[in-house]
Design a protein around this ligand. Structure first.
Ligand code: M6R
Length: 609
């Protein structure tokens, strides 16, 4: 999704902004651009494709500016092209704008600007409308012009604006799209996300909806929609800038796969009291309120939705509350039955996914108690929730989500056990058994990672495949969906996941000689049934890659190849089962020469519908 970086200070604005944009590459983009205050006025440079293209195109130019704005664009209105890239200028060339989000009434505004003011447009974008509108209202006071323009703009967006006649400032606005301010010494920044600024600052203002920001070299001020200045606490970022780098791994995805023992361990250990009970700092719901809850919705998108499928399994099993898991883009439009006895759990790595956010707002309007499971601290989903349960995954840069998924699942186990103890639906023995299983998970994940070579070899053997099926039963079904999504998004292989028992109701027609089937058989009570499903597809010529717990050796007789995971209780297998699937997807994509961390057509944070 689009990324914004702005800088005012004494340094070289070009270098600092381009560096910041590179740190936002994980959000996904198709073009990049920069606007700088130079002696001759505003200078705009932009290029289609990677930031490197922009860098190369301006390598021979000298820029002295210490004020500017930059942008990575993910096309929404108008194809990816140099013309449609940001920054966009007003007709006079005196206002430059970068923008993340969508202006819903841009057609109406554009017509008004064209018909009533004779404005000529250069691009097909909604962003140029913003620049022209601000240009129309600009009479020497950028803040005033921005206020007047944004009063007419509808939609979800964040913008950064500079004016040629006020070379010492940047004005920015947040309305339903992420925006932060970085506070430096004799310099200040705006950005879409914290990693863009970590190299320079650790003191951050998290900007709220409908706030306007004015930054100069010496000051950063926030104003509300009535133009009144508001005070904001400084948020200090503790995570290391290095955490956002690759640390020697070929790709962020592989690095993040390897960070799972730590992330899963931290997500658990930070919530355990010395006596083994669960303390949930971000959750204020009382025992009485919890007792009233008679239904839970878990709502999310993509991988986070898959984590929700495991969450349903855990909450229903331990806390005995009915759970429905829904895709956010469906939930928000289907008028679901929600009331004050409903708990709504939003799951999101970024905390900025628009569909999840809108589903959350819909549930809130209907009176639900909102709990969110989020990775990015201070993100919009977190801020709009009654209770927040943070995953301790650290920054996830690769578009393909890995450590966010396993830490989200750990959160669900803790939430389920916490609810179960409050509601009295779990015995002390069972609680202690599951807690022991959870504590052992980081070390077991590490053992699977130590077996990476075997999985890499299997990927090498199969990477030319043209389609693949993932099958499983019970807790393995949700993991099959996740394994399938992981493979397709980074390797572009046609991949399909299905409950193994459903095969015979249609999909088995597609199994033929050489079809690859990844069969997940980790559930003890369903193991024999999975062996039968494996036989079914083998009989039709499939190559079966089996996955089972290490004591269940029978599968070696049925499957073509087998990956074993450490022994554990059926309830907690998903966190282990997914690890070989992530590694397999990674190496298949690597052998196929794919752009693993930034797959085509995808963005890390999807802040549009
Ligand atoms: O930031 P979120 O967790 O809300 O993102 C949701 C999905 O867009 C995300 O999980 C997506 O499916 C990933 N690319 C999958 O790897």
């Amino acid at each position: 999704m689009c990324g914004i970086v702005g800088y005012v200070g004494d340094g070289n604005a070009r270098d600092i902004i381009i560096d910041g944009l590179k740190r936002l590459e994980y959000r996904g983009y198709d073009s990049a651009g920069i606007a700088l205050h130079e002696a001759a006025g505003l200078v705009v440079r932009k290029q289609k494709g990677k930031i490197k293209n922009l860098e190369d195109s301006i390598a021979g130019e000298t820029f002295t500016s210490s004020v500017g704005i930059g942008h990575t664009r993910w096309a929404t209105h108008g194809a990816p092209s140099e013309t449609n890239s940001h920054p966009h200028l007003s007709e006079s060339g005196k206002i430059a704008v970068v923008h993340n989000g969508i202006i819903e009434n841009y057609v109406k505004l554009k017509e008004k600007l064209q018909k009533e003011h004779g404005v000529k447009f250069k691009s097909e974008t909604d962003t140029e409308v913003i620049a022209q509108l601000i240009g129309l209202y600009y009479k020497g006071d950028l803040m005033d012009a921005v206020y007047k323009a944004t009063a007419e703009m509808e939609g979800a967006y964040a913008i950064g604006v500079i004016a040629a006649d006020e070379p010492d400032k940047i004005v920015a606005v947040r309305r339903d799209a992420p925006l932060i301010v970085g506070l430096g010494t004799h310099c200040n920044f705006i950005a879409s996300d914290i990693p863009a600024l970590l190299k320079y600052v650790r003191q951050i203002y998290l900007i709220e909806n409908n706030e306007t920001v004015l930054i100069t070299k010496e000051a950063a001020k926030i104003f509300d929609s009535d133009r009144k200045e508001v005070k904001r606490d400084v948020f200090h970022v503790t995570w290391d800038a290095d955490a956002a780098e690759k640390e020697g791994y070929d790709h962020f995805m592989l690095k993040e796969i390897h960070e799972q023992p730590k992330g899963v361990g931290e997500t658990l250990n930070r919530r355990l009291d010395d006596d083994g009970s669960i303390k949930l700092d971000g959750i204020t719901i009382s025992k009485e309120e919890l007792e009233k809850i008679n239904k839970i919705y878990i709502v999310a998108c993509g991988t986070a939705y898959h984590a929700g499928l495991v969450g349903k399994y855990a909450i229903e099993k331990f806390a005995k509350i009915p759970v429905e898991v829904d895709i956010a883009s469906e939930f928000r439009y289907r008028d679901p039955f929600v009331d004050e006895n409903t708990m709504f759990i939003a799951v999101s790595q970024s905390g900025e996914t628009l569909d999840t956010l809108e589903a959350l707002r819909e549930a809130k309007r209907k009176g639900a108690r909102i709990l969110s499971v989020v990775n990015v601290v201070g993100s919009t989903v977190a801020r709009e929730s009654d209770d927040v349960f943070y995953t301790w995954a650290g920054p996830e840069i690769a578009v393909a989500s890995t450590k966010a998924y396993t830490t989200q699942i750990m959160c669900f186990y803790l939430i389920a056990l916490y609810m179960a103890t409050k509601r009295g639906t779990i015995t002390a023995d069972y609680y202690n058994q599951i807690m022991g299983e959870l504590k052992a998970l980081p070390e077991k994940i590490q053992r699977i990672l130590d077996n990476e070579k075997q999985i890499e070899e299997l990927a090498k053997k199969q990477y030319k495949l043209s389609s693949i099926f993932y099958i499983g039963r019970g807790a393995d079904v949700g993991v099959a969906y996740e394994g399938s999504l992981k493979l397709k998004e980074i390797s572009y292989i046609n991949s399909f996941a299905i409950a193994a028992g459903e095969l015979k109701h249609g999909t088995i027609a597609l199994i033929e000689d050489g079809t690859v089937v990844f069969a997940l058989a980790t559930q003890d009570r369903l193991y024999d049934k999975m062996l039968s499903n494996i036989q079914e597809v083998r009989a039709r010529g499939a190559y079966v890659l089996g996955l089972a717990k290490e004591n269940n050796k029978e599968i070696e007789k049925q499957a073509s190849d087998v990956i074993f995971i450490p022994e554990c209780a059926d309830e907690v297998t998903p966190i282990l089962t997914v690890i070989p699937l992530q590694i397999f997807a990674y190496y298949v994509a690597k052998f196929r020469g794919c752009d693993i961390d930034k797959p085509k057509n995808l963005a890390k944070s999807v802040t549009v519908e």
